[in-house]
Design a protein around this ligand. Sequence first.
Ligand code: PRP
Ligand code: URA
Length: 209
Amino acid sequence: MSKVQVMDHPLIQHKISYIRSEEVGSKEFREIVGEIASLMCYEATRDLKLEDVRIKTPICEMVGKQLSGKKLAVVPILRAGLGMVDGMLNMIPSAKVGHIGLYRDPETYEPVEYYCKLPSDCDEREVFVVDPMLATGGSCVAALQMLKDKGVKHMRFMCIIAAPEGVKRLQEAHPDVDIYIGALDDHLNEHKYIVPGLGDAGDRIFGTK
Ligand code: PRP
Ligand code: URA
């Protein structure tokens, strides 16, 4: 079964509480989503492998550490996942970026696919799939399946707010994918929005409604 980690770092918790407020406008919302993504990326990359590297500093030679193992990729689920990309790249600047376009059908709440463009070597990379919201889990489950169909074997999923219903569905569908969550909320309402949540993440990032 996959690992589920709720990130309890005080800065992450503080920033999530801040953007939940309906008073926070798009500019600030976007900026803070990026900051949260950076902090979550820092935590979610703790187990990346290192190897020795010889370095000549201005003073002497030494053996330091550098990242080894698989190259990385970040794949946002459009649209809202785009808000996390720059924050991720601040931490892992050499990662390549793919895009998966999905929206939730307003009546069935099931995901509808409209775009997929991935790095050509994504099957050899460790892929961080990012989306601020995990509600029913439909979008995330579909996105991970699209990646598996393209040959991707190593994935992690990162979201800012999750509902227990989405976590359960995701774990059942993809037990091999570790899940990193900023805050685990209470439940979904009758419109499948996360309660208490923060509303519609895509609309708040892009100022649409
Ligand atoms: C939101 C969110 C997730 C999805 C979560 O996207 O960003 O992708 O809903 O819901 P689920 O877990 O029930 O699938 P939305 O469909 O609103 O599209 P958008 O990002 O373009 O606004
Ligand atoms: N998508 C969102 O943006 N917010 C929710 O609460 C659920 C799905």
